[in-house]
Write a protein that binds this ligand. Structure first.
Ligand code: MG
Length: 161
């Protein structure tokens, strides 16, 4: 790999269910419902890890952390993100900046954005200025708009180290 910059795109969606913690961007957010999934189901971090892997033209996180493997049950998704960053380093790249759009009808996420940036910046080994996060609703459209799921889109730019 020799390009000075590489970009990647990630997307993920998880259903909201009772009896689960809501973890987004590595931050546990007070909520009556949480995201369903094999790991901690941190949909925002999954989209971001896929963006980093995508920038390297690698397969998605399901390839590295299959949800059929019991050892990944309940795992901290920051571990997944750190693995993606390690894959970049192995190939001579570091993370430049990232940007994320998270779609959630509930709960209100804006009070938690700065805390998420701090956690993600640490995992990405960048400063918080390199981490963009925007939270929006889905204007009552489809399952996200009905408050039954949370989705996230992410882009990542890698820089030749
Ligand atoms: Mg996921």
């Amino acid at each position: 790999m020799s390009l000075p910059f590489r970009v990647g795109l990630g997307y993920d969606i998880h259903r909201l269910v009772a009896g689960r913690k809501l973890v987004l961007g590595g931050v546990t957010i007070p909520s009556e419902v949480g995201l369903e999934g094999h790991s901690d189901a941190d949909v925002l971090t999954h989209a971001l890890a896929d963006a980093v892997l995508g920038a390297l033209a690698l397969p998605d996180i399901g390839h590295f952390f299959p949800n059929t493997d019991p050892k990944f049950r309940g795992m901290d998704s920051q571990e997944i993100l750190r693995r993606a960053v390690a894959e970049a380093k192995t190939r001579g790249y570091k993370v430049g900046n990232v940007d994320i759009a998270v779609l959630a009808e509930r709960p209100r996420l804006s009070p938690h954005i700065n805390a998420m940036k701090v956690v993600l910046a640490k995992s990405l080994e960048v400063t918080v200025e390199e981490v963009g996060i925007k939270a929006t609703t889905n204007e009552n459209c489809d399952d996200v708009g009905a408050g039954e799921a949370i989705a996230a889109h992410a882009v990542a730019m890698l820089v030749k180290a």
